[in-house]
Design a protein around this ligand. Structure first.
Ligand code: AHG
Ligand code: MN
Ligand code: MN
Ligand code: MN
Length: 338
């Protein structure tokens, strides 16, 4: 008996979506295919890191003031390369590049989208074989065709995203992709070299028992945040706990777990860094879009992440993100601008 194991590949999935919208041009599907190709190429290097010269420092300091890892640069070049070569993207913003990059060729200047990405998230974990990832955010360009503009096209608020997603290079390699119509997860099937639909219609559980925060900064957090974290530690069976503290240090891995199982991830501002560490355009915004589509919430402690009007490519923001009921409990401590 032939077992029909026809699990939709990413391409087949996007084609089924296209069939429902005959007027769609397919440019967004093509963009996703470009991103998936880059993810497969990064995955090959991640999987054999330690055997090839891809570990360790690249030897430069990036615009963030961080030691750049070889894999940061490799990943950045893979994603920039497929987007520049493709026909769907007019320009990019990357954690590893000082400024926006406009491709400025005849085809790209007529492309509909711009992409912001963190090519390699969790760089500190590369050399110790802990899950790392890639994060991306897609906007339709606003300016008339021709070279895209910095403010109009690249500095749009997160609520204008048309799609966002991430790749987790973990025990398996997963690509999770959201549009306003839903969040779907695809696992890389090495036997056919394709991302295949493994987690259809991902929903963020209304509540959960995981809380993720760097306890090392505890005494640098504002008092309401410290009170919330203290409350997490005091949860009992009777009060919806006990909670588990899980913090991997790779945002992609931490937020992915909490998205699937329910939980809250926090990177609050500190006395030293009131804006926290995470970047709005290519870390907070894409995950805020994904988690909100899946039914969760994301704020900077005061306002919805997606409503923040960006002013700079690398600007940082405090981030609180996850299950709706856990976020609402946090808001009873921090208050929120409605
Ligand atoms: P990146 O590797 O892209 O610079 O991002 C690292 C971020 C994020 O992945 C993680 O949640 C956070 O750094 C961890 O920061 P701390 O080590 O300060 O907790
Ligand atoms: Mn990152
Ligand atoms: Mn990074
Ligand atoms: Mn970095």
């Amino acid at each position: 008996m032939i077992v029909n194991r026809n699990i939709l590949t990413l391409d087949e999935f996007t084609l089924t979506q296209l069939r429902q919208f005959p007027s769609a041009t397919g440019e967004l599907s093509r963009l996703l295919r470009d991103l998936a190709l880059a993810a497969k190429r990064v995955n090959v290097e991640v999987n054999k890191a330690g055997l090839v010269d891809i570990l360790g420092d690249y030897g430069t300091i990036n615009v963030q003031g961080e030691d750049v890892k070889k894999l940061d640069i490799f990943a950045n070049n893979q994603f920039m390369g497929v987007l520049k070569h493709g026909i769907s993207c007019a320009g990019i913003g990357s954690e590893e590049m000082d400024d926006f990059v406009v491709f400025n060729d005849e085809v790209s200047n007529n492309s509909k989208y711009v992409v912001l990405f963190d090519p390699l998230d969790g760089s500190g974990n590369i050399d110790v074989n802990v899950s790392i990832g890639t994060i991306f955010s897609v906007y339709r360009r606003v300016s008339e065709l021709g070279k895209p503009c910095r403010k109009e096209d690249f500095l749009q608020p997160g609520n204008k995203q048309v799609a966002a997603g991430y790749v987790v290079y973990g025990s398996s390699t997963m690509l999770v992709y959201a549009t306003r119509r839903g969040v779907n997860g695809f696992t890389l099937d090495p036997s056919i070299g394709e991302f295949s639909l493994s987690h259809p219609d991902i929903r963020c559980p209304e509540t959960g028992k995981f809380y993720s925060v760097n306890h090392g900064n505890f005494f640098q957090y504002d008092e309401p945040v410290r009170k919330y974290i203290d409350g997490c530690q005091r949860k009992t069976k009777e009060t919806g706990g006990p909670y588990t503290q899980r913090y991997i240090g790779s945002m992609v891995a931490d937020v992915h777990r909490n998205l699937i199982k329910g939980g809250i991830f926090m990177y609050p501002g500190t006395i030293e860094k009131p804006k926290g560490k995470l970047r709005l355009l290519y870390e907070a915004n894409p995950f805020a879009f994904i988690v909100e589509v899946a039914g969760g919430m994301a704020t900077d402690g005061k306002q919805r992440i997606l409503d923040i009007q960006p002013t700079e490519l690398h600007q940082r923001t405090p981030l609180f993100i996850g299950s709706k009921k856990m976020m609402e409990e946090l808001e009873t401590f921090t208050g929120v601008e409605k």
